[in-house]
Design a protein around this ligand. Structure first.
Ligand code: SF4
Length: 348
């Protein structure tokens, strides 16, 4: 929903400004799905708004639910017919986190990613990004899900730094005390490693969390797995990280998707250790080992014992690492599995 649009509507209809506050509270805080639910405004106004304004800029075509009711995935149809997906997860009991998309598709073509394999359609607007949060707020309310909305991760479809302006605007709205009111530390942005974006985030939002999808610390292999590495090599990421640490002194998460016989051998672990220790503040780098969900391509997930060994090997070398719990696998809502339109018939 665009605040600008509501404002114009109120002005055009000679309505007092305090109505805006009532509407904003109902939509952004209380998660109402339609204007008719806003009991603090007159009935005629509710009806008129319902006819002329839409709260969400897309339509939900379907929502899939995991059997443990801890993850949900929605397929959303944008006004121009493009599709995106967005995910709601409960990594901790009573806490909900939304994983939002920043683009319809993605142009970076990472080999392990369903989105990358489905191609790029277009950037999302600020409104289309924040409406994903409104959508989940409404969903939590409608379905009486226990717990509160805790965090937002830009880890859905698309590379957030390829759509920096809209992503930055949406982060501002998310942090706006008069709108969503999320603390900066409850927001995370995940990038394939675009140095310019890392620096801009450090400057504009030093308290927002940063994650870098690394996949491997070997340039040759990385260029194979993540073609963006041909333009932005590990040395460029390292430089951007130096800048980031200087400005923020905050921890950065390195996302390491575990692929059998691709990046899970001892020399891969050694490369990772070397890369981390070559940074100005290695103690601020934390590795998240991610189980691959085999959504696309011939890549296979590393075996459980390999993941365990890898983590222990990193620990022996004083690198902090955790194996990230994979939520949403059953409904193809886990990392690298969001594909939008291409998976529509399969899932929805
Ligand atoms: Fe794009 Fe991220 Fe997928 Fe890479 S992993 S193709 S950057 S969505």
């Amino acid at each position: 929903m665009e605040i600008k649009e509501i404002n114009e509507f109120l002005k055009n209809n000679n309505l007092p400004e305090y109505r805006l506050k009532q509407i904003i509270k109902a939509v952004y805080r209380d998660g109402v799905s339609c204007f008719s639910e806003i009991t603090t405004i007159p009935k005629e106004l509710r009806e008129k708004m319902g006819k002329e304004i839409k709260i969400l800029s897309f339509k939900a075509e379907n929502v899939l639910e995991a059997s443990n009711k801890k993850s949900f995935k929605a397929l959303l149809k944008l006004a121009d017919g493009n599709y995106i997906e967005t995910v709601l997860l409960s990594p901790l009991s009573d806490h909900w986190s939304a994983c939002v998309s920043s683009q319809a598709g993605c142009s970076l073509g990472c080999k392990f990613c369903a989105t990358g394999n489905s191609g790029f359609k277009r950037n999302l607007t600020n409104e289309e990004i924040t409406d994903q949060i409104l959508f989940w707020k409404q969903f939590i309310k409608k379905n009486n899900l226990a717990g509160s909305f805790h965090g937002i991760v830009f880890m859905g479809m698309g590379e957030p730094f390829m759509n920096y302006e809209a992503v930055a605007k949406s982060i501002k709205s998310l942090m706006d005390a008069g709108l969503f009111n999320f603390g900066a530390r409850h927001i995370s942005v995940s990038t394939a490693g675009l140095p310019e974006g890392i620096k801009r985030l450090a400057k504009d939002f030093p308290q927002v969390n940063l994650a870098i999808s690394l996949a491997t610390a070997n340039d040759e292999k990385r260029s194979e797995l993540m073609p963006i590495n041909k333009a932005h090599k590990l040395a460029g990421i390292k430089k951007a990280l130096d800048y980031y640490f200087n400005r923020t002194n905050r921890k950065v998460f390195l996302e390491y998707i575990m692929l059998e016989d691709v990046n899970d051998k001892r020399n891969d672990a050694d490369n990772l250790i070397k890369f981390i220790n070559s940074n100005s503040k290695p103690n601020l780098l934390h590795v998240n080992l991610i189980r691959y969900n085999a959504a696309v391509s011939g890549l296979k997930p590393s075996k459980d014992e390999t993941v365990k060994w890898f983590k222990e090997y990193l620990a022996k070398n004083k690198i902090s690492a955790t194996v990230r719990k994979s939520l949403g696998q059953e409904i193809q809502a886990a990392c690298g599995q969001l594909a939008g339109e291409n998976t529509k018939t399969q899932k929805h």
